[in-house]
Design a protein around this ligand. Structure first.
Ligand code: ATP
Ligand code: MG
Length: 463
């Protein structure tokens, strides 16, 4: 089952709730408006009807003043008693200009001034049509909750007397009490109509929006799915690449180890055959030892690469580090080689692993010495920005023959070597160390001859 909080469902629930709220609010705000409109329309009808009847039977202002006179009473009866036959009419009162009831369906009211809406009556006397809605009043007796007075609508309409050549003048006011049932029915119908129009429009809007939302949502879901598939595919490819790179590396290691090992086996076989000749066996054993040492060297180099993964950074004086490395080079490679240092003229402190950086620099100086054993090797340290990041460049320059274009692409690949004694690990280890410090390594042939290998380290290293 789909989760109830899924976005399309949430959207549907919220939209439907909003439509329901909209319909309810519309009902409450529009009902009084409808009621007033209908009351006003009814009042106008009552006014027209009452005035038409008064004119038809020739009722005049004096009839209303002298309502006790039988001829006047007859005219008033003829005019207004027919109004009683209108549906839901409770009472009819006709007031003269002195606000005295001159005619009513209830004869007891004649000559009185009874009205509960004096203000409305006054306004009607000034020619305004007045309509009042009186809601039902319930009895205050808790044992009898029936309505004490039913809801009524009161109309106060001016009766206008128009004489030829004179402006129309109000001669009295007709007041009519009516039950609001018909009106309420009309209000209800009006509201139903309004609700169905708004509800229908709301539903159409909802369906259209829902379709749109659903479409956009499913498209987004689809895109996310595609993206996650792509990411998974990407991971798979990276994994495959890693595996194939590892396979390549393992193949290279096997190849490197294979030659000396084959040598060991061949030499051992030879020694077996020459067992009678101890001198020859001794010579062969020397060769076996040499091949074995070669294997050990390779294995040790590989193990050293592994050590690079564990680094211990510390604040290191780079000038001192370079001087120490040069001294170590002299010790292990011979003092006849000239290695010069051009310091930057200021102290350079970097947070690096000094053992690793020394090792990388040693590899570069060693390569430089091998490239030009008689020449001068120069080591320099200078500040340099790379892509806006401040840092320092440690360069080793020699005056050898440089490297070929073909070699350039493979310089930093493990086991790439052009030297018979080389393992081809020196530069790849140096690159690994530089990258571990967030830096980089670069090789360039100089126009003046020789090569320059530089390690760039950022001023703030992240290890
Ligand atoms: N200063 C240099 N001038 C010219 N070629 C260089 C220089 N340094 C390195 N090379 C080339 O790059 C190759 C790889 O160097 P790398 O230090 O990785 O291995 P190697 O020196 O051959 O062996 P190893 O350092 O493992 O004993 C070298 O064999 C050489 O061809
Ligand atoms: Mg080397």
């Amino acid at each position: 089952m789909e989760n109830i909080t899924s976005p399309p469902r949430m959207f549907a629930i919220i939209s439907l709730l909003m439509i329901a709220v909209m319909l309810t609010v519309t009902g409450f705000t529009q009902a009084p408006f409808f009621r007033q409109t209908i009351i006003d329309r009814e009042a106008a009808i009552v006014r027209d009807l009452a005035n038409a009847l008064a004119i038809e039977h020739g009722v005049s202002a004096s009839d209303l003043e002298s309502y006790t006179v039988s001829s006047a009473r007859l005219r008033l009866d003829q005019s207004f008693s027919s109004l009683k036959s209108l549906s839901d009419v409770y009472h009819i009162k006709v007031f003269n200009r002195n606000s005295i009831i001159a005619w009513s369906d209830d004869m007891n009211l004649l000559g009185t001034m009874r009205t509960s809406h004096v203000e409305r009556l006054t306004r009607a006397m000034h020619g305004e049509v007045q309509a009042v809605f009186n809601p039902a009043v319930h009895s205050s007796n808790i044992f009898d909750r029936g309505p004490a007075t039913p809801a009524t609508v009161e109309f106060y309409v001016p009766l206008v007397h128009a004489m030829a050549g004179e402006p129309p003048a109000v001669m009295g006011v007709l007041s009519l009490y009516r039950a609001p049932d018909e009106m309420n029915k009309a209000i209800r119908h009006g509201l139903y109509l309004l609700w169905s129009v708004i509800g229908g429009a709301g539903l159409i809007l909802f369906v259209a929006l829902f379709k749109l939302f659903d479409m956009v949502y499913s498209r987004q879901k689809n895109a996310e799915l595609q993206f996650s598939k792509l990411t998974a595919e990407h991971h798979r490819i990276v994994q495959i690449e890693k595996l194939s790179a590892m396979g390549e590396l393992v193949g290279e290691i096997a190849h490197q180890l294979n030659n000396p090992l084959v040598g060991v086996i061949n030499l051992a076989q030879l020694a077996e055959r020459e067992a009678e000749n101890p001198q020859r066996v001794r010579e062969l054993l020397v060769d076996v030892k040499k091949a074995g040492s070669e294997c050990r060297d390779i294995v040790q180099r590989i193990l050293r690469i592994n050590q690079i993964s564990r680094s211990e950074p510390q604040a290191t004086d780079m000038n001192e580090l370079v001087r120490d490395t040069i001294a170590f080079c002299h010790q292990s490679l011979g003092y006849q080689h000239v290695v010069e240092f051009r310091p930057p003229g200021q102290e350079v402190m970097l947070n690096v692993d000094p053992v690793l950086v020394r090792h990388a620099l040693f590899n570069l100086i060693h390569n430089a010495i091998l490239a030009a054993p008689e020449g001068v090797v120069t080591v320099s340290l200078m500040s340099e920005q790379q892509e806006g990041v401040p840092g320092y460049k440690l360069s080793v320059t020699d005056s050898g023959g440089g490297f070929s274009e073909e070699a350039e692409a493979k310089l930093f690949k493990p086991f790439f070597t052009t030297r018979p004694q080389g393992t081809g690990l020196g530069l790849s280890v140096a690159q690994h160390i530089a990258m571990k410090h967030g830096g980089a390594i670069r090789a360039e042939n100089l126009a003046s001859g020789g090569a320059r290998f530089s390690i760039w380290l950022p001023a703030i290293t992240k290890l």
